[in-house]
Design a protein around this ligand. Structure first.
Ligand code: ADE
Length: 247
């Protein structure tokens, strides 16, 4: 069977997933370590993406062309934009858009030139069981643990909808307000997902993008982000992916 690719944004996250794997073999391509392994009896290839849209696109193409991946799951963190989206919540992207794409007036704002589209969808058939896995993990009483509670994470919930990506760490309330104003339906902002979704669309591969909210993309985003990724993010993604592949 062709492998499922699990693309992590952070080393902490991939380490937690690797710890669950068996028969791991390492292949280094284009400066990235690809870990081909078995997870809950299924072939997987795990890789650290790098940061930004180009890194995500390169990683996605390599997974498809060199490793024969049959589907791609991206896991990582994101800044919350939607009013109800809080630190510790999980966002499953149903569709993604590049918020820094603007070839106007030649093409409508956000439209990827010559594709006729601004939004790239994830795969509904992947999202349904992933959402079930998220709900199962969030319902665990020990989810996130006491360290997360110290960061103010209580009763995290799942959101599904629009995630926006750009080559920008959103770290001021002014930037966040501008994005909220321009794209009011956006739940979260990150730096890779829309690029991965565009490549998967071109290659005809199903993909999913799963993000845990690490900050509110405001003036304290960088502080919250750094505190959160060590405490929560690694465990959250590994628990969700582990649950999903085990089901
Ligand atoms: N990933 C996590 N937090 C983010 C933010 N505030 N901006 C962009 N990407 C992020």
């Amino acid at each position: 069977m062709r492998p499922t690719a699990i693309v992590s944004a952070m080393a902490q996250e991939m380490a937690a997933l690797l710890a669950l794997c068996e028969d791991t073999r390492l292949q280094r391509v284009a400066g990235r370590d690809f870990h081909c392994a078995t997870l809950h009896g299924q072939p997987v290839v795990l890789v650290l993406c790098g940061i930004g849209k180009v890194a995500a696109a390169t990683t996605a193409v390599l997974l498809a062309e060199r490793f024969g991946a049959r589907r791609l799951i991206f896991t990582g963190v994101a800044g919350g934009l939607g009013a109800q989206v809080r630190v510790g919540d999980v966002v499953l992207a149903e569709t993604l858009l590049q918020h820094d794409m603007d070839a106007s007036p030649l093409f409508p704002r956000y439209e990827v030139p010559l594709t006729g589209r601004s939004h790239f969808d994830t795969d509904a058939a992947l999202n349904t069981p992933l959402a079930d896995a998220v709900q199962a993990v969030l319902a665990r009483p020990d989810h996130h643990g006491p360290d997360a509670q110290a960061l103010g994470v209580t009763a995290p919930v799942l959101h599904r909808g629009l995630v926006i990506s750009g080559d920008l760490f959103v770290a001021t309330a002014a930037q966040s307000l501008a994005l909220q104003g321009a794209l009011p339906e956006a739940l979260a902002v990150e730096m890779e997902g829309a690029a991965l979704a565009q490549v998967c669309h071109d290659l005809g591969l199903p993909c999913a993008v799963l993000r845990t909210i690490s900050d509110r993309a405001d003036d304290s985003a960088h502080v919250d982000f750094l505190r959160f990724i060590d405490v929560v993010a690694a465990q959250a993604s590994a628990a969700i992916i582990g649950q999903w592949l085990a089901d």
